[in-house]
Ligand binder design. Structure first.
Ligand SMILES: NC(=O)c1ccc[n+]([C@@H]2O[C@H](COP(=O)([O-])OP(=O)(O)OC[C@H]3O[C@@H](n4cnc5c(N)ncnc54)[C@H](OP(=O)(O)O)[C@@H]3O)[C@@H](O)[C@H]2O)c1
Length: 243
């Protein structure tokens, strides 16, 4: 099995790389911007799990490079994990469209650009799987992070449509909806311990959902019920909450 990880320097992606290397003996292509870090990770995975791992430069916002990047891959992946993301700064994004655009470009436009190229290949081959990491932030607009949330909400809808399109060709798409995860993205935030998952816990949940052929997975699982409640709050009341 060959797995392509986009945004492979993400803490969740690193845990997923270890999980697939250990459980599936998967060979890995680790793609992201920081090649030095990727090379270190690749060496470590090769030694630890006796698999092949290679680092490759990939920038989610360099859209014109995406076709060349994917077509240069040999062999083509059996599974793609889309993990790159950018939380950004909501307050700054309200005043500076550059920040808003960065949030949307990395989390949504970049994902569409590369996944459309991959989907076309999987569709022709009638083979492949996609795991897309979105967020519970995309489930309802909140004042504290609605630009990131909108980008992730769009990504979730996009992954749903892609799943629908690729289903007849036997290509599976799994949408991952993490709640709070202890990674470098959230290290500056004060998050409730009980709701916080480790990247290793996320990797276990995602791997289980993948092997069971699920369409969607919340991680931690408790977030399914939290979001059920949050989505059920009437807008008249919701708009008064400082969430
Ligand atoms: N942490 C959370 O609480 C949480 C919750 C819900 C959803 N998520 C989502 O889960 C995914 C993984 O999050 P994480 O917390 O593990 O992230 P992370 O550790 O902060 O890593 C994010 C990675 O995204 C990569 N990236 C950013 N911009 C990129 C670009 N233009 N092109 C390619 N790669 C780029 C970076 O790679 P380089 O270092 O190579 O630049 C970085 O290592 C993200 O999509 C995130 O939005 C996170």
């Amino acid at each position: 099995m060959h797995v392509l990880i986009l945004g492979a320097n993400s803490d969740m992606a690193q845990a997923l790389a270890r999980k697939f290397a250990q459980a599936e003996r998967a060979h890995l292509t680790l793609a992201s911007r920081d090649l030095e870090l990727l090379a270190k990770q690749a060496r470590d995975l090769e030694i630890r799990f006796q698999i092949k791992a290679r680092p490759l430069y990939f920038d989610a916002t360099d859209f014109p490079s995406h076709a060349g990047f994917y077509h240069s891959l040999a062999p083509k992946p059996d599974l793609v994990i889309l993990a790159f993301g950018y939380l950004g700064d909501q307050k700054r994004a309200q005043e500076d469209f550059g920040e808003a655009r960065r949030i949307i470009s990395i989390n949504f436009t970049g994902a569409v650009s590369i996944l459309e190229i991959i989907a076309q290949d999987f569709e022709v081959r009638g083979h492949g799987g996609i795991i897309g990491i979105s967020s519970v932030a995309g489930e309802r607009g909140r004042q504290s992070n609605y630009i990131y949330g909108a980008a992730k909400g769009a990504l979730s809808l996009y992954l749903g449509g892609l799943r629908n399109r690729l289903h007849p060709r036997g290509v599976r798409v799994l949408t991952v909806l993490p709640g709070f995860v202890a990674t470098k993205m959230t290290e500056h935030l004060d998050l409730p311990e009980k709701l916080l998952a480790t990247p290793a816990e996320v990797a276990e949940d995602v791997y289980r959902a993948y092997t069971r052929g699920k369409e969607k997975v919340y991680t931690k699982g408790l977030w399914k019920w939290i979001m059920w409640i949050i989505k059920a709050i009437p807008e008249k009341l919701f708009k008064r909450l400082k969430l």
